[in-house]
Design a protein around this ligand. Structure first.
Ligand code: G1P
Length: 268
């Protein structure tokens, strides 16, 4: 199944991403889907049979929730990526739908928990400095080969000027331990660079390579965001996300905490 349809607490990862975006004022959504990802488009459609059943059973709260999840008509565009050629290629596939304006990129398997939506923090930074803004976090040096890594210029501990970018460098050669997570604000000029990108790391067309070519032409910053990021593309990250969201949930949090404590004490 599409990993974006995996559920954390009570909604698929893709819904968490859309909720985060909507909370930050984003109204139009473009989904770049590969083969076999119909479930994503269907998820954002009206669920006629489900809603009719909920109506008949008088389940108004659930009915409200189901309707809430559907963006306004005309605000969802679905674009097909015919071949899995990499993240850079996926973003390039959306070029006509995006048009000539700055846009946000979400990698839905990166889930960011927090009251202040991560993408909203990037948008505020963009409003101050313009240019490209990426969400960054410090990682242990042995993990640099999992991420896009910044070569850092001026850095006030919150905003870091991006002097260079390298995709998945080995720890010995990584320019820093400040890495990109799946939230970006990009200028449309990125599409010109994506157009001619050749595959590199993992034999994929990398967004990081195209971003590196934007440096110098316009401001480029990394923002250490407030919030907790879970890599839901891994078993551990996915479980951690469910636990963290579950423990904070009004309906199940207290019982889950009691269960978790009990499990931990049984484990010794
Ligand atoms: C992608 C990007 C990488 C970024 C990461 C964040 O890698 O290529 O630059 O740091 O997402 O999750 P992927 O996780 O798809 O290998």
């Amino acid at each position: 199944m599409a990993k974006e349809m995996l559920t954390v607490l009570d909604r698929p990862l893709i819904q968490h991403a859309v909720d985060e975006a909507a909370k930050a004022g984003i109204e139009q959504f473009i989904f770049v889907n590969g083969r076999g990802k119909h479930a994503i488009d269907d998820h954002f459609d009206l669920a006629f049979e489900l809603e009719r059943t909920l109506e008949l059973r008088g389940k108004t709260v659930e009915l409200g929730r189901s309707r809430e999840m559907v963006p306004a008509p005309g605000n969802v565009i679905s674009v097909r990526q015919q071949q899995p050629l990499g993240l850079g290629h996926a973003v390039w596939c959306a070029r006509h739908a995006v048009g000539n304006e700055p846009f946000a990129v979400f990698l839905a398997d990166d889930l960011v928990m927090g009251d202040d939506p991560c993408i909203g923090q990037l948008i505020r930074q963009y409003e101050k400095t313009g240019g490209n803004v990426v969400a960054v976090q410090d990682v242990p040096r042995e993990h640099t080969n999992r991420y896009g890594v910044l070569d850092v210029g001026e850095d006030d501990g919150h905003i870091a000027e991006v002097k260079g970018l390298v995709e998945k460098p080995e720890p010995e050669v990584a320019p820093s331990t400040l890495t990109i997570i799946g939230r970006y604000i990009l200028l449309p000029q990125i599409f010109d660079h994506l157009e001619s990108q050749k595959p590199t790391v993992g034999n994929e067309i990398q967004l990081t390579d195209a971003m590196a070519q934007l440096i110098g032409g316009s401001p480029f910053h990394g923002l250490r965001f407030t919030g907790t990021r879970f890599d839901c593309g891994t078993k551990l990250g996915f479980l951690q996300a469910n636990l963290a969201y579950g423990l904070r949930d009004g309906d199940v949090g207290a019982e889950l905490a009691a269960f978790a404590k009990n499990e931990l004490s049984n484990k010794g």
